[in-house]
Design a protein around this ligand. Structure first.
Ligand code: TTP
Length: 190
């Protein structure tokens, strides 16, 4: 039987992965998440997903590890999770009234036989213009603080999203349909 480990502390990712037809355990990857501004958003999410998967794979070389990372890209800027409420406010003002892209990178590793697969998905998100009152009230809820770009489409943040192009679940941190396809392919060989 294939034993999967999700290398993530995100409750959203755990919840979404439960929809796939296999069981898995969870182990949090201790990785310092550094965004490299000389790399593209896609390269950043793929590298970070790989680092998270590798950190857990070192401890479990015989298991199949899934690492993930999500970032928001607005023009040349890459936004990770805000450090504090002030940074969350700043990010929301930057995204307000604009279209940005959310990238999620996924890395699947099994160290024992040097298996490594990395891919990423992009979803475009249209955010409405936010008033100062909306930004203040939203940041006070605390919802923005553990999320890339300082909003959660699945929560109150969804009130501010006019539309998306791409996978909704990719914005939440796990590109469900793409991951399902990749894993079904994978089961043909294992
Ligand atoms: C844009 C957006 C992000 N997010 C979340 C998804 C990710 O959990 C988080 C981005 O941070 P990540 O570093 O990708 O993930 P994490 O720190 O939550 O978990 P781990 O590193 O242990 O896997 O932002 C939402 O939940 N909703 C949204 O609408």
């Amino acid at each position: 039987m294939i034993e999967w480990i999700l290398a993530s502390s995100s409750p959203r990712r755990q919840e979404l992965l439960e929809r796939l037809p296999f069981s898995f355990s969870v182990e949090v990857a201790q990785v310092e998440e550094t965004i490299c501004s000389s790399l593209s958003p896609r390269q950043n999410v793929e590298n970070l997903a790989k680092q998270k998967a590798e950190a857990v794979a070192r401890k479990h070389p015989n298991k199949w590890i899934i690492g993930c990372d999500t970032l928001v890209a607005l023009e040349q800027h890459i936004l990770g999770k805000p450090q504090d409420a002030n940074e969350a406010r700043k990010m929301l003002y930057q995204l307000s009234g604009k279209v940005h892209s959310v990238y999620t990178g996924i890395c699947i590793i099994r160290a024992q036989d040097s298996f490594l697969k990395v891919f990423s998905e992009k979803t475009k998100v249209h955010m409405k213009q936010l008033s100062e009152e909306e930004v203040t009230a939203y940041v006070i809820t605390g919802e923005p603080l553990d999320k890339a770009g300082a909003y959660g489409i699945q929560g109150q943040g969804g009130l501010y999203i006019e539309g998306i192009e791409g996978d909704y679940y990719n914005v939440m941190g796990l590109p469900l349909c793409r991951l399902y396809k990749e894993i079904m392919e994978f089961y043909k060989f294992y």
